[in-house]
Design a binder for this molecule. Structure first.
Ligand SMILES: C[S@@+](CC[C@H](N)C(=O)[O-])C[C@H]1O[C@@H](n2cnc3c(N)ncnc32)[C@H](O)[C@@H]1O
Length: 204
């Protein structure tokens, strides 16, 4: 028991170290010195309905803290597709999740989402979870990405785009999503808004 706890702690430390090292190399792309907290990863996963097989996409998984929480809850027939732009973090994710056939790691810009889904025979996904630093994107890229996220979400009442961010500025850029709900999570460094944008106007 004690050995298992020691191993888990040391794995956590080495993941944080990889993340910090990549932050030092690309501060504006990584945009955070430490991975999201356990509370934040739970709050984000709570926004997903895991009762049925789903296609879930994650933008900017970093060292995989949200990914592990989603995988822990995910239906055995679901798929999780990761878009991680940083090559070292993407390689780390490939190693970390190599034994789980539900997961696909792409070392790619999340702007290629529609094309990557189409390559896999998928016209839609059910959820997109995003951790990329939207506030640092140039306006045209931000607009295109938010439009693409809306377009690829399946047209059903549960499908949603879920983001966690220091400010809630994206609400103003997401008027094409008919509904949203936000909650502030203080138990993270720094505290974050978790916002869920629904594709459908009516609740399920
Ligand atoms: C703030 S970190 C979040 C990491 C992790 N999700 C967490 O919560 O700790 C942002 C991550 O998004 C990745 N990223 C930034 N822009 C991206 C893009 N356009 N496509 C895919 N990944 C991107 C960065 O490499 C980094 O791993």
């Amino acid at each position: 028991m004690e050995t298992t706890m020691r191993m888990t702690k040391s794995r956590g430390k080495s993941r944080s170290a990889i993340f910090f090292k990549r932050f030092l190399c690309r501060p504006f792309r990584i945009a955070s010195v430490i991975p999201s907290s356990r509370t934040l990863t739970r709050r984000v996963a709570d926004k997903i309905d895991f009762s049925e097989p789903r296609v879930i996409v994650e933008f900017g998984p970093g060292e995989g803290c949200h990914t592990r929480e989603i995988l822990r809850r995910m239906h055995p027939s679901s798929q999780l597709i990761l878009f991680e732009l940083d090559p070292e973090l993407a390689q780390h994710l490939v190693q970390q999740f190599r034994d789980d056939p539900r997961i696909t790691v792409l070392n790619a810009d999340c702007a290629t989402l529609a094309a990557e889904l189409a390559r896999r025979g998928l016209s839609h996904c059910d959820y997109i979870v995003s951790g990329i630093p939207f506030s640092l994107l140039e306006p045209a890229k931000k607009r295109a990405l938010l439009r693409a996220a809306y377009d690829v979400l399946a047209p059903h009442a549960r499908s949603a785009f879920i983001i966690y961010q220091v400010t809630n500025e994206l609400v103003g850029h997401c008027r094409h999503f008919p509904r949203n709900e936000s909650r502030y999570c203080l138990q993270n460094i720094p505290p974050m808004f978790v916002t869920k944008f629904y594709k459908a106007p009516q609740p399920a």
